[in-house]
Design a protein around this ligand. Structure first.
Ligand code: G6P
Length: 742
């Protein structure tokens, strides 16, 4: 109420003030105008008077001047001034005015010029105009004319009154409207915000959800519900921590990893190095969007760095990346959370072309994946690969300049030479490299012209990690075949000169914790049915399969589509009932092998759809484009099955993400035997993706699997992922690094 009254008073005072100033201006202009009109009229009338009553030799025909003649000409009074003792009043009521005019008349005569001015006398206002007569051989005389100017004040008073009334009404109207607007658009929403904040304070997420927000408060609402969510999570974490402390259960959470890291690192620095950055800033119309690129490496590493803090060095590849960094090319991420620093490195077009597209993705990628795409090795690509590796090593060395015994975690095949370069400069640094893709057998690797340099570069690290023991063995055998070194099979290490490198498997995973199992809905809405999701795409079907991949020839997308085609052909009952949704993120599309794969996959989906579709239904829905985790989640949650058909894959985290999303423990995972994940996820239906018959049968088995069997398998896999989540992966690597004697 107090706010209302003071608001009204403020508005009235403000509007009144403005009204006063405007009216004052208006009155002053009006007064000038009316005065000028009266003065001009008086001069004109005095001319008329002179024509009538003053002779050529300036004699005044006093006797002829009558009251009515004066009034006809337009004066209220006329007097003739001959000298101080002789003032002749020629018309009424000049007598009462004359006393006030004498000085002024003398002034006009002394200056020998006619003049006029306004006077107030006896409660009346008038304009007096003195016209001086210069009669030959005698002193000057003058005629004094009086015009009533009282009407000017009346007009001006009238204007004051009308303006005041108008402004007063306006002020009242504006106050009323403003109050109404404030009540409806500000006070009411503010009350709602207060309710949300209260609910947030008590961690009551449900209460916030129950009240649909007003449109313009949407961003604030989002923030508050985020805070509520975080408070609720923080409470759950605290409870979980307490429980863990009492049970000493070996479950890894971000908090536990963070605690562990504090003990391992003490006050040492951790630096992560990768080619792909965890967050890309991209332009979208006039806005800048922050997106998470499609990368298994990012999916795994980001939660670790987020939990532990530190510095992540990576190539800036978003078209708005440069706009978001500070003068040291750094930006705090994740957006609004600011948990760690991302330092962006800028590559030239040539460097990107030869180091990234060329040596990394046309050379090493196909070399390490047995997917029947020939690797291409060009000298120029190799030269750039060396140059960029040196550039990154320098950037790391600069960042760790003043830090003792820093931990450096290098990621993937883009930086095989970095470990050695760093160790040469900083022998006290603990350097690990995790190879996120498979390592082939020695014969396959042997075709690389620069195999020795790559192996030597890698063996500069203290620790080399692969997803599986099989890849470790392949690596150790490759070293044995290629380098003068000692492979110590007892503890899986390599000795070159005096340096040891430990080679160990660390099966990578995702950020899935026991909290996610115990509190599966986590405040989120209920799961959509497959039919709901498909309906949004204009498809009627009750069962849905899902696949999420970068469009890469190693992912077996064509084989997957052939298996779906075969499944429908063999099981026509599923026409109109089962649709497979394939989400495909275009990747490395400047390379011909990749752009060819994109068109081949699109064409194959079109061919199969054209062949099998019926009204309102098609077997494959291919959604090409970048999709955020939040966009993919509903598909995972509702799909009856997920198909991972990689022809060769280090781990494949999509398989784990699908399992983690199945909060109701339903659904079936169909998983390629050539993905590292198949060695852990024993509840999956394991297939050979090249065997189309087997894969198509697996689809039928999955769709017809009894509910309780689905639940049993899914629960088993979910428990396994919780136990071996990415936090335990991070803790294992860091503990191993810390245990190595430098
Ligand atoms: C694989 C690699 C990652 C890479 C990702 C996406 O998962 O192991 O290092 O980031 O593919 O590829 P891109 O070339 O787009 O980074």
């Amino acid at each position: 109420m107090r706010i209302n009254v003071s608001l009204i008073v403020a508005i009235i005072v403000a509007v009144g003030g403005v009204a006063f100033i405007f009216t004052a201006f208006q009155i002053s202009a009006e007064r000038d105008k009316l005065n000028k009109e009266l003065e001009a009229k008086t001069i004109r009338a005095s001319d008329h008077f002179f024509n009538e009553f003053v002779t050529k030799n300036d004699s005044i025909l006093i006797d002829e001047i009558t009251d009515s003649a004066v009034q006809t000409i337009g004066f209220d009074g006329v007097a003739v001034y001959l000298n101080n003792d002789s003032i002749i009043q020629v018309s009424e009521p000049t007598g009462e005015y004359l006393a006030h005019s004498k000085d002024y008349i003398r002034q006009a005569i002394a200056s020998d010029s006619s003049m006029g001015k306004y006077l107030k006398a006896d409660g009346k206002s008038f304009y007096q105009y003195i016209r001086v007569l210069g009669k030959k051989d005698s002193p000057h005389s003058a005629v004094v004319f009086y015009s009533d100017s009282g009407y000017i004040n009346n007009i001006l008073n009238d204007i004051w009154l009308r303006s005041f009334l108008r402004w007063f009404l306006q002020a009242m109207l504006i106050s009323a409207m403003t109050l109404l607007i404030i009540r409806r658009s500000i006070l009411k929403p503010i009350n709602k915000v207060v309710e949300w904040v209260k609910a947030a304070r008590f961690g009551n997420v449900e209460k916030i959800k129950a009240k649909p927000p007003t449109e313009f408060l949407q961003p604030l609402y989002k923030e508050i519900s985020g805070i509520a969510q975080e408070i609720q999570e923080a409470k759950a974490i605290a409870q979980e921590e307490a429980r863990l402390r009492t049970t000493a259960e070996a479950v890894w959470t971000p908090e536990r990893l963070s605690e562990e890291m504090k003990q391992i690192l003490e006050d040492k620095t951790m630096v992560v190095v990768s080619n792909r950055e965890p967050y890309m800033h991209v332009k979208s119309g006039n806005e800048i969007e922050c997106i998470v690129p499609a990368s298994g490496m990012v999916t795994a590493m980001e939660p670790i760095v987020k939990a532990c803090g530190g510095l992540w060095i990576a190539s800036g590849s978003g078209d708005a990346d440069k706009e978001m960094v500070d003068e040291n090319d750094k930006v705090q991420v994740p957006p609004y959370e600011n948990k760690y620093t991302l330092r962006r490195i800028w590559l030239t077009k040539e460097q990107e072309h030869h180091y990234y597209y060329g040596f990394s993705n046309e050379g090493l990628w196909p070399l390490c994946h047995i997917a029947h795409t020939r690797p291409v090795f060009r000298k120029i690509d190799w030269d750039y690969y060396k140059e960029v590796n040196e550039m990154y090593a320098k950037a790391v060395i600069k960042e760790i300049k003043d830090k003792d015994e820093p931990f450096v975690l290098v990621q993937d095949y883009h930086f095989a030479l970095v470990p050695k370069l760093i160790k040469e400069a900083r022998s006290d640094a603990r350097v690990a490299l995790f190879w996120h893709i498979p390592w082939p057998n020695p014969e396959s690797f042997g075709i690389c012209p620069w195999k020795k340099e790559i192996l030597t570069g890698l063996l500069g690290a203290d620790l080399l990690g692969f997803h599986t023991q099989y890849h470790c063995n392949n690596f150790l055998e490759t070293v044995n075949h290629t380098l003068e070194s000692r492979v110590i099979w007892e503890n899986f290490s390599v000795k070159i000169a005096n340096h040891f490198t430990l080679v160990k498997p660390f099966p990578i995973s995702i950020a899935f914790t026991s909290r996610d199992i115990e509190n599966p809905s986590n405040g989120k809405d209920v799961v959509n049915t497959p039919a709901d999701i498909l309906k949004k795409h204009g498809i009627n079907a009750q069962y849905m399969g899902i696949g999420v991949d970068r469009i890469d020839y190693t992912k077996g997308l064509l084989e997957k589509f052939l298996a779906i085609e075969r499944f429908i052909e063999k099981n026509p009952d599923y026409v109109g009932k089962f649709t497979f949704v394939q989400i495909g993120a275009p990747s490395r599309s400047l390379l011909k092998t990749y752009s060819d794969t994109i068109s081949a996959v699109e064409q194959e989906a079109n061919r199969i759809n054209f062949k099998l579709k019926v009204k309102g239904w098609q077997p494959i829905l291919f959604l090409k484009g970048h999709h955020s985790h939040e966009q993919i989640q509903p598909y995972y949650e509702s799909a009856n099955l997920c198909m991972v058909t990689s022809l060769h894959d280090g781990m494949n985290l999509v398989a784990k993400e699908y399992v983690a999303s199945k909060k109701n423990n339903d659904g079936v995972l169909i998983l390629s035997q050539f993905a590292g994940a198949s060695q852990e996820l024993h509840g999956a239906l394991i297939i050979n993706p090249y065997d189309i018959e087997e894969s198509s049968d697996a689809i039928l088995t999955a769709l017809e699997m009894p509910e309780d069997l689905q639940q049993q398998k899914m629960k088993m896999m979910r428990r396994l992922i919780v136990k071996h989540n990415v936090y335990s992966w991070g803790a294992n690597i860091l503990r191993t690094m810390a245990s190595i004697e430098n």
